[in-house]
Design a protein around this ligand. Structure first.
Ligand code: CTP
Ligand code: MG
Length: 236
């Protein structure tokens, strides 16, 4: 009863990272990105099971990789889709009936602290149907047109850069995925789907180490975070 599941969209190609294996299978300090992400979720006491949406051509190798890990009994693998939204939808379908809270966490955010995972679950269980981590924006953000001319400067105080894991009431997230498809807009996160249904999404304080690996430079930042953790005795 009342179990919490984490869905891990990991089926992207990582085009902005440059040529190579799918992003989730690239290594940071000798360990695949996906293993860091799944290990945090699987070791969180607030998470009961993890469903990974793997690149469709790599389901077997991802399953074999995860089967070698100490937390493998909590983890299952499905084939992801052509878009992130489809990958999440495919993982949602695989959930057992007794799951009532769902986290969605990008494989591309391998170094998320377990405390953030637990804080998101707690905020959903406290009665918020949708909860996301966010950080204040440090750059000045301007809206531009296709010629690169500035249209406006947006008040930075009201902006947040949104991370994952994002937490939801399971039934709400399922309804959002069933009702909205890509013809209704590009949804780059799951909270966007829920917002489109008119539901209020709660933002809690995110964490700088929940950064997303997008470009090669991000790999160097992640390596630095890992080196810092190892030096302070935190095993990753
Ligand atoms: N994702 C997914 N299925 C897709 C596309 C993306 O599961 N069809 C996942 C990625 O694996 C990643 C997360 O969604 O964990 C966030 O996407 P992004 O950072 O854009 O990763 P990629 O799509 O792999 O990168 P790029 O856009 O540079 O190709
Ligand atoms: Mg992408």
């Amino acid at each position: 009863m009342n179990r919490t599941a984490a869905l891990v969209p990991a089926a992207g190609r990582g085009e902005r990272l440059g040529p190579g294996e799918p992003k989730a299978l690239r290594e940071i300090s000798g360990v695949p990105i996906l293993i860091y992400a799944v290990s945090v979720l699987a070791s969180a006491r607030s998470v009961d099971l993890v469903v990974v949406a793997a690149p469709p051509g790599d389901v077997e190798s991802v399953s074999a990789l995860l089967a070698q890990q100490s937390f493998s009994d909590k983890v299952s693998v499905v084939a992801g889709g052509d878009t992130r939204q489809e990958s999440v939808a495919r993982a949602l379908i695989a959930l057992p009936a007794d799951v009532d809270v769902v986290l969605v966490h990008d494989a591309a955010r391998p170094l998320v602290p377990v405390e953030l995972v637990t804080a998101i679950v707690a905020a959903v269980r406290a009665g918020n149907p949708a909860v996301v981590p966010g950080l204040a924006v440090t750059d000045t953000i301007k809206e531009v047109n296709s010629d690169g001319d500035v249209l406006s400067t947006i008040d930075r105080n009201s902006l947040r850069a949104i991370q994952t894991p994002q937490g939801f009431d399971r039934e709400l997230l399922q309804r959002a995925h069933a009702q909205l498809d890509e013809s209704q807009g590009i949804f780059t996160d799951d909270a966007g789907l829920v917002e489109a249904m008119g539901i209020t999404v709660k933002v809690i304080e995110g964490h700088i180490e929940a950064m997303k690996i997008t470009r090669p430079f991000d790999l160097a930042i992640a390596e630095t975070i890992i080196a810092k953790r190892r030096a302070s005795g935190v095993i990753t």
